[in-house]
Design a protein around this ligand. Structure first.
Ligand code: TXA
Ligand code: MG
Length: 461
């Protein structure tokens, strides 16, 4: 039955063969209501014909194709150069569309998911659902979507353009982030044009401006209880736009987790969630493509090396392992054989930038501003240029989330002066560590991966 249905879907999609994809993706504007309507109509028809459209969401841009067409899904993997064992998230625009993709419909939705679906959908939370059941789903996803996993990842984004695109095309959208595999995720249409705009088989890029969250969605999975009647628990496989604390609070409010009376009359609730790497990890999971481990290279600039730095006040760091900014740069630039200036991108919080650049104590240097230090403190060969990029205030980690990928891409693509030799991009990017609470947990997970897992360096400011 399932096989017959799959064949039917496949033959229907194949009969709607996409017309040959032009080598360059069309950039579809949404600057006015009229343009938005015609752009959505163009994007929908490309999707319905089995083609690919990059679309904005509130987290990052996605590369979308029909989740029901094996051909479309295969072309997503090919466009990104994505390993075929790493499954895709499917985006839906309604609960009905979600249920149509699940063999057990309502029975496939764990009870623990209900309050989270209620609170965080539409939004930056992706749920993994079991793909088991004796009856096939009403709409069967193409086999490559799940890459052999017996489960399906679903998300309903809150961005109005994503919602309109899925609803108008009536196509559940398989959509990984719209970057070349291993590069930072795109948070503007220009980032997508850079990675996938030409010769990658993408039909169009729907321009929705900058993404508000700037990091991918949080991915959660349900682990059933060992015995019947046991609630089971939630695992956060990938930290993201919705924080672990928010998820925990939502579940506690909905009455999940055992309650215990404390001696002082207050009640505590047993935690119902475990966050990968924060609360548990396993070598076996680390090897899986579906765990945000280190199996694949991720978020790495193509030209620059990334080093994580944790500022430490000079007064407390006299005799420990802290380095000055110049020590860090000298260590990295000593191997350079180029005579061109060694360029360092400083992705730091506004507080640290102000400390380093005291002449601008009232305002933080803007993106790309040169930061100059008293020349007596710096005798490096080749000469070093420091360029600033603010990660926002330490008191507002959502700003670091919003700006991290954009900053890595900014420095990676920064053109050289005409007279300098070498490829574009800076030579070294220093990224400041932020506190790992709230969305800061996801920021640091991405930052660590962009640094290839290397340890952070303490530096004196
Ligand atoms: O915010 C986002 O999540 C963006 C936007 C476009 O929605 N999408 C995104 O997709 O980041 P991608 O493919 O870059 O990351 C999806 C993550 C991967 O780590 C993948 O391994 C995991 O979700 N995943 C997908 N299906 C899964 C499954 N069935 N079981 C476990 N993990 C799954
Ligand atoms: Mg991705």
């Amino acid at each position: 039955m399932q096989a017959t249905f799959r064949k039917l879907v496949h033959s229907t999609m194949s009969s709607l063969k996409p017309s040959p994809t032009p080598p360059r993706a069309q950039l579809l504007s949404t600057a006015t209501p009229e343009l938005t309507a015609s752009s959505l109509a163009t994007a929908s028809s490309i999707l319905r014909a089995g083609g690919l459209v990059a679309f904005p969401t509130e987290t990052v841009y996605g590369l979308g194709g029909s989740a029901l067409s094996e051909e479309a899904v295969q072309s997503i993997y090919a466009a990104k150069g994505r390993p075929s064992d790493n499954p895709l998230i499917v985006h839906v625009s309604s609960r009905e569309m979600m249920l149509d993709l699940l063999p057990g419909r309502e029975a496939s939705v764990p009870k623990l998911y209900e309050p989270l679906l209620e609170k965080f959908w539409p939004g930056a939370l992706t749920f993994i659902f079991p793909l088991v059941g004796s009856v096939p789903a009403k709409r069967v996803v193409a086999p490559s979507v799940t890459a052999g996993q017996p489960s399906l990842a679903l998300r309903m984004p809150s961005h109005p353009l994503t919602h309109a695109l899925i609803a108008e095309s009536n196509v559940p959208l398989a959509g990984p982030s719209a970057n070349l595999s291993s590069r930072p995720s795109p948070t503007t249409a220009a980032h997508v044009v850079h990675d996938l705009g030409e010769g990658r088989g993408v039909g169009a890029i729907l321009d929705g401006g900058e993404c508000a969250v700037g990091l991918e969605s949080t991915v959660v999975d349900f682990v059933p209880g060992k015995t019947e009647g046991e609630e089971g628990e939630l695992r956060v496989l990938r930290a993201g736009g919705v924080s672990a604390e928010e998820i925990e609070a939502c579940l506690a409010k909905a009455g999940f987790g055992a309650k215990a009376e404390e001696g002082d009359g207050t009640t505590t609730t047993t935690k119902k969630i475990k966050v990968y790497r924060r609360d548990f990890r396993s070598d076996e999971m680390e090897e899986k493509p579906t765990t945000p481990g280190m199996k694949y290279k991720h978020y790495a600039p193509s030209n620059a090396r990334v080093v994580l730095v944790r500022p430490t006040p000079a007064s407390t760091s006299a005799d420990d392992a802290t380095l000055s900014l110049f020590d860090i740069v000298s260590l990295s630039s000593s191997a350079s054989t180029s005579t061109s200036p060694f360029r360092v991108g400083l992705m730091l919080t506004s507080e640290t930038l102000s400390l380093l650049h005291p002449s601008s104590t009232t305002s933080t240097p803007s993106t790309g501003d040169r930061i100059t230090f008293p020349t007596t403190t710096l005798f490096t060969t080749p000469p070093t240029t420091f360029l600033s990029y603010s990660l926002g205030s330490t008191t507002r980690p959502v700003e670091a989330a919003q700006r991290l990928f954009a900053g890595l891409r900014y420095f990676d693509a920064l053109p050289r002066d005409e007279e300098s030799e070498g490829s574009d991009g800076v030579d070294l990017i220093l990224v400041e560590c932020v506190e790992e609470t709230g969305v800061g947990l996801a920021v640091m997970e991405r930052a660590r991966k962009s640094a290839g897992g290397a340890k952070e360096v303490l530096f004196r400011v």
